[in-house]
Ligand binder design. Structure first.
Ligand code: FE2
Length: 373
């Protein structure tokens, strides 16, 4: 049922045939550029209820207003979710994909193709991540424009030192038109999903948790997840599963002596389930590529990386089944606000060289770690 307050209308997403996810809503009757406290209260409540909110026709929103909306969820937080730009001498897998807006450094430009000028950035070359640079196996070249993969299911989070951002905002400034692609899971299930070109795919961590068998729910409630130090450098030499949900175990991760100095106090051991601050629901929230160890409720520590990954994949894989995925069909001016502590998301798709896409992304490292059960 649409719900109105102060003329803001919140309508749950209408799912297409074959889909069964129950999250996401569109919001109308609000201008992000000039957001009142009353409107923000409605948006905040809606966000924690629906997990992903879509605002149409927000092309005019400034990087500053985008930052202010994002920051309002955690007013004490000020720095970008991954902290300061990572020095280019270090081979983090995140580095090539982000350009920082000089006058609003918490806002990043991402996309594909050459852009002569945007918000003080000149002659930038954007590169949509392609699964061939990260996955252990690839879709054959001749199928590459019609078929694609989930690039990497993740939470936006440094997972070392900085607390995971509460929300992320994405604004579509320029969107190339209209092709569709088919995502292949390529994991022996035959699963496939037709998606719009360059979609962002979301799944709900709450639905992922709710769908677990009772014994798996009990395991998830009581287990804590230890992340690798400098996880994006650590994993830079490893390769992803074909479904984008975590890495294959080939012993390719960088050893600790090849990483920048590690500060023990920055290593994060987080609950496997994170509690929604408004509804109290639990979401299964694990960044599958960055996982290093599991700390079980009885005190056992699962050290073997391959075993750790199998356990996490077993818990998460049902939650990314085709019917559980919301693949947003981007239009220019769409602003998507998502609960980064309640969903997983993935870049999808392969653009041709000349297909120009420009997005702005913003999140801020939180002031507190997520709460468990
Ligand atoms: Fe992301």
């Amino acid at each position: 049922m649409p719900h109105a307050e102060d003329s803001i209308i919140i309508e749950p997403l209408v799912t297409t045939k074959g889909s069964s996810f129950k999250f996401g809503a569109t919001v109308s009757g609000v201008d992000i550029e000039s957001l009142t406290d009353e409107s923000f209260a409605v948006i905040r409540d809606a966000l924690f209820t629906h997990q992903v909110l879509v605002f149409k026709a927000q092309s005019h929103v400034s990087p500053r207003a985008q930052y202010l909306l994002t920051n309002r969820f955690d007013p004490g937080a000020t720095s970008y979710g991954h902290g300061n730009a990572i020095p280019s001498t270090q081979k983090s897998i995140l580095h090539p994909d982000l350009k920082t807006i000089p006058h609003q450094p918490q806002v990043q430009v991402i996309g594909n193709g050459k852009v002569p000028e945007y918000e003080g950035l000149k002659n930038i070359q954007l590169r949509h991540p392609h699964h061939r640079t990260f996955h252990a196996t690839q879709i054959p070249d001749e199928d590459d424009l019609n078929f694609t993969r989930f690039y990497r299911w993740h939470i936006d989070a440094a997972l070392y030192g900085l607390a995971p951002p509460i929300v992320t905002t994405l604004l579509a400034v320029k969107v190339p038109g209209g092709r569709k692609q088919v995502v292949r899971y390529d994991d022996g299930t035959g699963d496939e999903l037709e998606v719009p070109l360059g979609t962002t795919a979301f799944v709900s961590g709450e639905e992922m948790f709710e769908a677990l068998a009772p014994e798996d729910q009990a395991f998830a409630r009581t287990t804590r997840v230890e992340y690798a130090p400098h996880p994006y450098i650590w994993m830079s030499t490893a390769r992803s599963r074909s479904d984008g949900l975590g890495l294959v175990s080939e012993g390719k991760e960088l050893s600790l002596d090849k990483l920048p100095p590690v500060e023990e106090s920055k290593i994060q051991i987080l609950p496997m389930c994170w509690k929604n601050p408004v509804t109290g629901k639990l979401a299964l929230q694990v960044h599958p590529s960055a996982v290093r160890r599991l700390h079980l409720g009885d005190g056992t520590v699962v050290e073997d990386l391959s075993e750790v990954r199998e356990i996490v994949h077993h818990l998460q894989r049902p939650g990314i089944a085709p019917e559980k995925v919301y693949a947003h069909d981007w239009e220019e001016g769409d602003l998507v606000l998502f609960h980064n502590r309640g969903v997983l998301h993935s870049v999808v798709g392969a653009f041709a060289e000349e297909e120009v896409r420009l997005f702005r992304q913003c999140n801020v490292a939180a002031t507190k770690l997520p709460e468990g059960p």
